[in-house]
Design a protein around this ligand. Structure first.
Ligand code: NAD
Ligand code: UDX
Length: 472
């Protein structure tokens, strides 16, 4: 099979690299408008960091996986075309701040319509989209086939469930592959074609087929349920901090019930990433459009609680530091939205950094993977900052954790990078201002050990930890 993927991002790149690995008889070409991104995919410095990705790309690139900016050629040659372009939240017009911006999906569909001159093509919507987006793609493509009868299309929905940081594992061993299509003979044939591709490495019983709308909605619902679990445990973390209950103990007790399960119950500084907030808001907007205001409000709370959690955590830092952080050196450990990725989209670290800088803190950030340029760009983004000059004045990016924490009043752990657990905290403590504070927004570190060293430790979901009150 000849496969084309439009969009060489966090989804298109890893998904198609794994597809090329597992389907050696197929040729996969990933195309993108972004020349720098394609050049990076063709180099030794891939544009995204994902454990195991380089090893997969190295095996298949130039064999049956190609990266190109020649979109028309790749579309023309392909039997199966994935659309994996971005679908960010709209920042303007109707649905601003909630609806998904489908302009990239539409432009990809129009590129397909313009390029295809003959033959039957199966178009696969892999981007996360609102329900009925496949119908819009179909309408655009039907305009092409109406003018040229030697062209025909079938549009499928095949949402992606990979999580960043574990993308390769998720793609190699998915919980399920979802394929939605038109419930007609042509639709079933297209579903069978895509299904046969996945069957090269995914057990048949894990490939679920359904109608297009169920498939589109299932993706939004899955992300909404996951985000809801995090907001649920974060809501409980606030109760824990007030009462002396320990959120890890509560999560463990709740999660051992088979009906609830142990995953996604880790209290944190709030969820980040390009998907959860966007997709929940997308669902909220859909419900509003469907005149279901109660349902919209229900899901809106998941996002509101996440914002509350971030604010609560940031406020706790300022309060603990005697209600002023002005001119105090505070070190943030971790800027990516989770460990094992360099992606910073919607990272809670951005919010915490912004808040502390607004209070005049002198901020140092250390992250094992995120480039300094990315941090400046995030913190100077107009949606985040009104005063770029203040960012230049208050922000230092460090490449060494010991240098980063020297003379700091406080350390704030925002991302759960494994290497943070391995540091010599005695050495760090000695080099800091006293009292030396440590705020663990990820429940990552050994709090009793840190306390014995002398740190004033505060952690999400735990009452103020002191040697006396026994929370260690
Ligand atoms: P991304 O921004 O990393 O990549 C999208 C790419 O598409 C960009 O490189 C962009 O230049 C390219 N593009 C946009 N319009 C184009 C066009 N008309 N022609 C050619 N290229 C075009 O986005 P992503 O994180 O890979 O997400 C893609 C989709 O997958 C989104 O809908 C997202 O919601 C969904 N998704 C993402 C994840 C994730 O973990 N990132 C997981 C599951 C689903
Ligand atoms: C998510 C979904 O998991 C994935 O299925 C979907 O395809 C894309 O969106 P991703 O955003 O890459 O994946 O990462 P995920 O592991 O879900 O984490 C999202 C955010 O929630 C991160 O900031 C993470 O740190 C946070 N999180 C996760 C918690 O705070 N607590 C948890 O228990 C789990």
């Amino acid at each position: 099979m000849k496969i084309c993927c439009i969009g060489a991002g966090y989804v298109g790149g890893p998904t198609c690299a794994v597809m090329a690995l597992k389907c050696p008889d197929s040729t996969v070409t990933i195309v993108d408008l972004n020349e720098a991104r394609i050049a990076a995919w063709n180099s030794d410095e891939l544009p995204i960091y994902e454990p195991g990705l380089y090893e997969v790309v190295e095996q298949v690139r130039g064999r049956n996986l190609f990266f190109s900016t020649n979109i028309t050629k790749a579309i023309t040659e392909a039997d199966l075309i994935f659309i994996s372009v971005n679908t960010p939240t709209k920042t303007f017009g109707v649905g601003k701040g909630r609806a998904a911006d489908l302009k990239y999906v539409e432009s990809a569909a129009r590129s397909i319509g313009a390029a295809v001159k003959q033959g039957h093509k199966v178009i696969v919507e892999k981007s996360t989209v609102p329900v009925k987006a496949a119908e819009s793609i179909s309408k655009i493509l039907k305009a092409t086939s109406a003018l040229n009868p030697s062209v025909s299309f079938q549009v499928l929905s095949n949402p992606e469930f990979l999580a960043e940081g574990t993308a390769i594992k998720d793609l190699l061993y998915p919980d399920r592959v979802l394929i939605g299509g038109e419930q007609s003979a042509d639709g079933f044939a297209a579903i069978a074609k895509l299904s046969s591709l996945y069957e090269s490495w995914v057990p048949g019983e894990k490939i679920i087929t359904m109608n297009t709308w169920s498939s589109e909605l299932s993706k939004l619902a899955a992300n909404a349920f996951l985000a809801q679990r995090i907001s649920s445990i974060n809501a409980i973390s606030a109760v824990c901090e007030e009462t002396g209950a320990n959120v890890e103990e509560v999560a463990n007790a709740v999660g051992t019930d088979k009906r609830i399960g142990p995953y996604f119950l880790k209290a944190s500084v709030g969820f980040g990433g390009s998907c959860f907030q966007k997709d929940v808001l997308n669902l909220v907007y859909l419900c509003e459009c469907l005149n279901l205001p109660e349902v919209a409000q229900y899901w809106q709370q998941v996002v509101d609680l996440n914002e509350y959690q971030r604010k609560r955590f940031a406020n706790r830092i300022v309060e603990a530091l005697f209600n002023t952080v002005t001119n105090k050196k505070i070190t943030i450990l971790g800027f990516s939205f989770k460990k094992d990725t360099m992606d910073t989209r919607e990272s809670s670290s951005i919010f915490i950094a912004k808040y502390l800088m607004e209070e005049g803190a002198s901020l140092t950030i250390y992250d094992p993977k995120v480039p300094a340029k990315q941090m400046y760009s995030d913190l100077k983004h107009p949606a985040v900052c009104e005063d770029e000059e203040a960012v230049d004045r208050l922000l230092t990016i460090s490449h060494d954790p010991y240098e980063a924490t020297k003379n700091a009043h406080a350390i704030v752990v925002c991302t759960e990078w494994d290497e943070f657990k391995t540091y010599d905290y005695e050495r760090i403590y000695k080099s800091m201002q006293k009292p030396a504070f440590l705020f663990d927004g990820r429940l990552l570190l050994d709090h009793s050990k840190l306390q014995r060293i002398g740190f004033q430790v505060q952690a999400v979901g735990k009452k103020l930890i002191t040697l006396e009150n026994g929370y260690h």
